[in-house]
Design a protein around this ligand. Structure first.
Ligand code: ATP
Ligand code: MG
Length: 318
């Protein structure tokens, strides 16, 4: 019997996707042979300024040409009409018709997306409601706050019921309340996969299950946040007792310790052990001997920010 090879379908897939701007001496390889594997759900696309996020996204949505390689949205070749139909897109710097009301804008975008006027109207009402913009529907977009503009932009991207929503830095230039609001709305979307770029790691951590990090046009890491955190388990232990100074002094001399200090911020003992098992053995004895009370002893989870900094610092060394 011939076994059929089951190829998983991805929401977004690319192979050796490359963009070179300019020619000859002026040529700049902004995106270099990246292989994207985006599963259903919310996928974060991370990278510092100039990493190539917008360039990649613009190739995926067909706004710019692909220099080399392939990209697909579901099973459709990026840039084709069918691929464009299943995408909803909010660019990094969206331009709005500021004189239009929110409602008219959505209806107009719906009709552009191929909806009949009645359907566009119904869908617009639904989206205005979902994005808490219903009471502002008759107001001109020019009067909207930054957060409201981003939300109307996302609503417009969703009006034709796309399968894959691509958002390029949807929270840039927003105040903390606007950011939190936009993030919460993205998280509560249903029936659509989201590919969202940002250079703010804590935001991506709040929204996404999977992330792709790029730097200088190349993929640095692509995995679920859960797996990334497993791979980068910190070797730091934090100990807190009712006599941190005394315990610190006694631990300091032990040869099972690589590094130990009292943290200026939290006042707790931060320990990097040479041998963590021996540390765990020694600790109860030390506490009993000093009649100390243990408040806490744990290994902190690294944030995505910590991990990204670690990856970047290693890249610079290698
Ligand atoms: N139209 C263009 N022509 C030439 N170079 C470009 C063009 N657009 C972008 N670049 C260059 O390509 C590289 C990647 O830029 P890109 O805008 O894709 O990065 P980004 O990750 O989106 O950055 P940011 O976080 O600032 O939005 C940068 O070096 C940028 O200067
Ligand atoms: Mg960008």
């Amino acid at each position: 019997m011939i076994k059929k090879k089951v190829k998983p379908t991805y929401e977004i897939w690319s192979e050796e996707l490359t963009k070179i701007y300019g020619k000859g001496k002026e040529a700049l390889e902004a995106v270099s042979e990246i292989d994207l594997r985006v599963r259903p759900g919310i996928h974060g696309f991370l990278g510092p300024n100039g990493a190539g996020k917008t360039t990649t996204i613009n190739m995926l949505v067909g706004a710019i040409s692909i220099t080399k390689g392939n990209a697909k949205i579901r099973d459709e070749k990026a840039g084709t009409v069918t691929a464009k139909q299943i995408i909803g897109f909010l660019p990094q710097d969206p331009v709005f018709y500021v004189d239009m009301t929110g409602e008219d804008y959505l209806i107009y975008m719906g009709q552009l997306g191929g909806l009949q006027k009645q359907d566009a109207k119904r869908k617009a009402q639904e989206l205005l409601d979902f994005f808490d913009l219903f009471e502002f529907r008759k107001k001109e977009i020019g009067t909207y706050s930054g957060g409201m503009k981003q939300k109307i932009g996302i609503a417009a991207a969703l009006i034709h019921d796309p399968k894959v929503l691509i958002l390029d830095e949807p929270t840039a230039n927003l105040d903390p309340i606007g950011r939190a609001d936009v993030i919460q709305k993205i998280k509560s979307l249903t029936d659509v996969s989201v590919f969202v770029s940002s250079h703010i790691l804590s935001e991506i951590e709040q929204m996404c299950e999977d992330v792709t990090m790029i730097d200088l046009g190349k993929i640095v890491i692509c995995d679920s946040i859960r797996n990334i955190k497993k791979r980068f388990i910190s070797n730091l232990y934090i100990l807190d007792t009712n006599m941190n100074e005394k315990i610190f002094k006694q631990l300091k001399g032990e040869d099972i310790i690589t590094n130990i200090r009292i943290d200026e911020g939290d006042g707790k003992i931060h320990i990097i052990p040479k041998d963590s098992e021996k540390l765990r053995e020694l600790l109860p004895q030390l506490l009993i001997k000093n009649k100390a009370i243990l408040n806490s002893f744990h290994q902190p989870e690294l944030s995505l920010q910590d991990i990204f900094m670690e990856i970047m610092s290693k890249k610079e060394v290698s």
